[in-house]
Design a protein around this ligand. Structure first.
Ligand code: DGJ
Length: 467
């Protein structure tokens, strides 16, 4: 027995030579299959994203223009007041960053971040060659000449009337703090709605969901918080459904509210709020997939992770299905979109009204796993890219007729005067390889790069908005 055992060398698996051989064959075949599968996915993916639609985009002169990298060279002004040489020795000069300047109401650069308006709808004042240009960060006026109030908003295209509807927080009231250390706030006024045929000229349709000024126990009482309203159309019920973040002034209620309307221009009837799936819900959005299934995506667990789950068929409730995504990543302001079967999402970090770095994420299935693919911002300067161009994501609107091209919509919050917060809309293109190491795809580029291009002024390519 001992002699026989001498020649039977134990393997890692404790098998003999025969089974070792078959194990190797199995492992090798499995590896081969995996490589083939990845090669197929890669080629298929490159085909999908790098094929016809990409060629079409790249050859469109206006798209070439939109993908040009525009640099910004902003000099930080010298510190105010002279420092005595002795004081300078005692305390070394604090380095001021552009973000300090952005947050300083008295900064000499205030006009750079919050300039006056340029876009005007008055054809007498607007030279023809300036028409249809977006000026990110300037005051945008509606067709009555009033600054647009649709912060933290989103857009719905109404097929019946061939009209875009833009909904957002109507914040035209005084900014104040409930507590010394509390976040700056504006009382709830309601959800503003604007309509447009060309995505540039916006007519105010009124406040389509108004605050409740008398009932202190109502979610929409002026003393509460209503943020990030998003509307989707339900083909089955023929209703427009609005989801929004509902909170108390201290952000402890952390709920999602829902309202409904027969028409896109309201009025919306408020149905109530809930903690979806029993969890906190703060920054949120809704996304309607090609098959009509809609999803609620919200920051939860103290904003440390996002939750995503399908809505019921009428879009008025969540179902029991929910997945935790980007766990431990502390992201908010989600803006979800889809391109060639892949789901993408832009999020921000959690720094109150102050801007921070955007990240793009991608997933093959909307319920995950989601992978972070890097900062999508291109151009400006390093500080512009690290602050999402001094703004925070709110929505991504696909440009019909131009696959792979989108409008990235963001808010440049003005915490000193929230009603004066600005809109930063920029062209966004999904194309080319990602520049971030991949976590679970064996280094095969399953996703395309999401690129948001900074421009001081830009306009939509002809044919993209119907004008
Ligand atoms: C960041 C969120 O994205 C905003 O919607 C708002 O809730 C602010 N925080 C409040 O500080």
């Amino acid at each position: 027995m001992r002699t026989r055992n001498k020649y039977r060398k134990p393997t890692i698996l404790g098998c003999n030579a025969g089974s070792r051989y078959s194990t190797s064959v199995v492992v090798l075949s499995l590896l081969g299959c995996l490589i083939l599968l990845h090669l197929y996915t890669y080629i298929h993916h490159t085909d999908r994203t790098g094929g016809q639609s990409q060629l079409r985009l790249n050859h469109h002169p206006q798209f070439i223009e939109l993908q040009e990298v525009e640099e910004e060279n902003i000099q930080i002004p010298p510190p105010k007041g002279k420092r005595s040489p002795r004081a300078a020795k005692r305390r070394p000069k604090r380095t001021t960053t552009l973000i300090d300047e952005f947050l300083d109401e008295n900064s000499q650069l205030r006009h750079v971040f919050f300039p006056g308006h340029k876009k005007t709808i008055d054809p007498i004042q607007t030279p023809a060659n300036e028409s249809y240009y977006y000026y990110p960060g300037r005051i945008w006026l509606d067709t009555d000449g009033n600054p647009i109030q649709a912060h933290g908003g989103g857009i719905v295209y109404d097929k019946k009337s061939r009209t875009y509807y833009w909904y957002g927080e109507y914040k035209d009231g005084p900014t104040y703090q409930v507590h010394k250390k509390g976040a700056a706030r504006v009382d709830i006024i309601g959800v503003g709605c604007y309509s447009s045929k060309d995505l540039w000229t916006w007519k105010h349709e009124g406040i389509v969901l108004a605050a409740d000024e008398t009932n202190e126990t109502h979610d929409l009482h002026t003393s509460n918080v209503l943020e990030r309203p998003k509307v989707i159309y339900n083909e089955r019920t023929g209703k427009y459904v609005m989801w929004m973040h509902i909170d108390d002034a201290n952000y402890t209620k952390a709920a999602a509210g829902v309202a409904i309307s027969d028409t896109p221009d309201g009025p919306f009837d408020y149905l109530g709020s809930q903690r979806p799936h029993g969890y906190e819900s703060r920054d949120m959005t809704v996304f309607k997939d090609d098959d009509g299934t809609a999803y609620l995506i919200y920051s939860s667990e103290d904003n440390s992770e996002l939750h995503i789950g399908p809505l019921t068929e009428d879009y008025l409730n969540v179902t029991s299905v929910m997945r935790r995504i980007l766990v431990g990543q502390h992201r908010e302001a989600p803006a979800l979109f889809k391109h060639e079967g892949t789901y993408y999402m832009i999020t921000s970090g959690c720094t109150g009204w102050a801007p921070n770095e955007a990240l793009a994420h991608a997933a093959e299935s909307i319920l995950g796993p989601w992978e972070t693919i890097g900062n999508p911002c291109i151009g400006g300067n390093k500080m512009f890219r690290l602050t999402t161009f001094f703004a925070q994501s709110t929505f991504v609107l696909p440009l019909p007729g131009f696959p792979g091209s989108f409008i990235f919509m963001a808010d440049r919050w003005n915490p000193a005067d929230l009603r004066d917060s600005r809109y930063v809309w920029l062209p966004m293109i999904v194309a080319g390889p990602v520049d971030h190491p991949l976590e679970y795809s064996f280094e095969f580029p399953l996703w395309s790069r999401v690129s948001i291009y900074w421009h001081r002024k830009w306009r939509l390519p002809h044919g993209s908005s119907g004008f």
